[in-house]
Ligand binder design. Structure first.
Ligand SMILES: [Zn+2]
Length: 184
């Protein structure tokens, strides 16, 4: 059986700024009012014969939305973003050397007050508290849907549900979005 949660009606939303580095029209910091739709396919189990409890799903998705809300989304594994003062072994560099962002993890930015990066000839310095660092190549709807689906799937698996798949659509406002299906 399939259960569905509509992000607009259920309040699974966040408003964030992002940038698609080096893209001709999306390569400027801009924002979206996102909403997140969810579909879960699985067996009906337990005392109540639910696929999953809607409340559990909404709690998990809302917690991700809350983390992203009112922040600039920074995909730290983007090939076009060169981060200053960070290396992939977790130590800050003294010489402001630019390094390949491919291998960076979120932990490499711990204890930093600012995120400094360049995209081609543009340089950015953003307070860390204004950002969310994501272990992604892009902050596109495509990658964000995969990010949500993976976390939701992992969290639901802890609750002993018999789930066949978790699909998440991340919509950049009404009319466009991307869906990712995580299969058990
Ligand atoms: Zn955008």
């Amino acid at each position: 059986m399939k259960i569905m949660i509509n992000g607009i009606n259920a309040g699974l939303r966040f408003s964030s700024a992002h940038i698609i580095p080096a893209h001709s029209s999306c390569g400027f910091i801009h924002g979206h009012s996102y909403f997140v739709d969810v579909e879960i396919i699985g067996e009906r189990t337990g005392n109540y014969e639910f696929v999953t409890d809607f409340k559990d799903v909404k709690t998990i998705v809302r917690s991700i939305c809350k983390k992203l809300d009112h922040r600039l989304l920074i995909p730290i594994n983007n090939q076009n973003m060169k981060f200053k003062g960070v290396d992939s072994s977790g130590k800050s560099l003294d010489n402001n050397e630019n390094i390949d962002s491919n291998e960076l993890s979120v932990l490499d930015f711990c204890n930093k007050d600012y995120v400094e990066f360049s995209i081609k000839n543009k340089e950015y310095k953003i307070p860390m508290e204004d950002c969310v660092l994501l272990p992604l190549k892009h902050s596109s709807a495509e990658e964000m849907s995969q990010y949500f689906a993976n976390i939701l799937f992992e969290e639901l698996m802890k609750k002993e549900h018999e789930i066949d798949s978790v699909s998440v659509c991340v919509n950049e406002g009404i009319g466009q979005g991307a869906c990712f299906k995580k299969i058990s």
